[in-house]
Design a protein around this ligand. Sequence first.
Ligand SMILES: *Cc1c(COP(=O)(O)O)cnc(C)c1O
Length: 402
Amino acid sequence: MDNQFLISLTEKYGAPLYVYNADVIEHQYNRMMNAFSSVKNVKLNYAVKSNTNINVLKFLKNLGSGGDCVSVQEIKLCLAAGFDVKDISYTPNGVSFKEISEAKELGVKITLDNLSSLDKFGKAFPNAPVSLRINPHIMAGGNAKISVGHVDSKFGISHTQIEEIKKIVTENGTPVNGVHMHTGSDIKDPSAFVEAMEVLLGIARQFDTIEFIDLGSGFKVPYKDGDHATNLEELGQVLGTSFNAFCKEYGKELKLIFEPGKFLVSESGKFLAKVNVIKQTPNINFVGVDSGLNHLMRPMMYDAYHRVHNISNPNGEKQTYNVVGYICETDTFASDRELGKVSEGDIICMDNAGAYCFSMASNYNSRFKPAEVLVIKGKDYLIRERETFEDILKGQIMIDSL
Ligand SMILES: *Cc1c(COP(=O)(O)O)cnc(C)c1O
């Protein structure tokens, strides 16, 4: 998607605007399937929370992807997008047993991550299979908020609690059909995956009803120039070899599942915002855009780095800027960036806006959420309209006597 095309989309649909390139999603999907081609039975269950637009879901479903959901609403989104119920998995953390029961009634695959829910599940649904989210006690991930597989993390059942797990499932007659892990996001080091998989296979050996091994996600994609991304092809070889050896030992062709979010959609997305004001202060040249942390929270939430470009003047004389939003608190998208000289009305483009950007957007400061566009083979489709004032009032109840 070149600069002129992106600018034309802001003229057609307004700014700020999210634009996703479906060709990139398809490329990433195929790249991942190819990396694990040594394994006979591989399935990608797209992590729905990274981008929940129903058309993104549908596009991935058409590629052959399943969906991994962390809430019952995400399950319903997948069903609305046309996923087969057997291709939907549910991997919640700390939810009510009522929600787990609702997911069970909908017929999706269930992964549980605590002993209490495991026991309740076994008693409520005799003989219903379930898989176990295991905490392998591995420290991996780009940031404390997204490292979820270490010993003090709230996620998963500690692999050291295997005897308690066995006692519960034996008592209730629950077949354990899979073991799962998800150790975090932005994992640079392939050895973290390999180490964690060994722990997981150790758990799988304890049961004779296993059908799949789910290694979750955490694949890192480049956000910064020179960023170290997960070497997927190398990882595919190493994990594929151990997995195939395990299937042989186990005496059964098991399924290998991954749950990529960021890897599939991050790089497909561009976030386009228009420059409202340029403000020169004693030390900093601010570019104020018509958006903020309400639309793209990752820089403020995770100190995330997103590449920023002035696509209206890409070849202009370079100057150093801080790109900031209009929210009434510190609201920085990017600091100390060299951009082609910026003028009011220019369009600023932020890269890697496909994952955890719109899906984390809010109405803070009573701002509208932006529109979204999906581009398939060069053709643009509006896939979400910009909000209006009705959306801001929706759900609020005026007390008549007030
Ligand atoms: C968030 C999440 C993922 C996706 O992680 P990415 O880093 O976006 O690939 C996968 N599985 C589970 C259980 C998750 O919670």
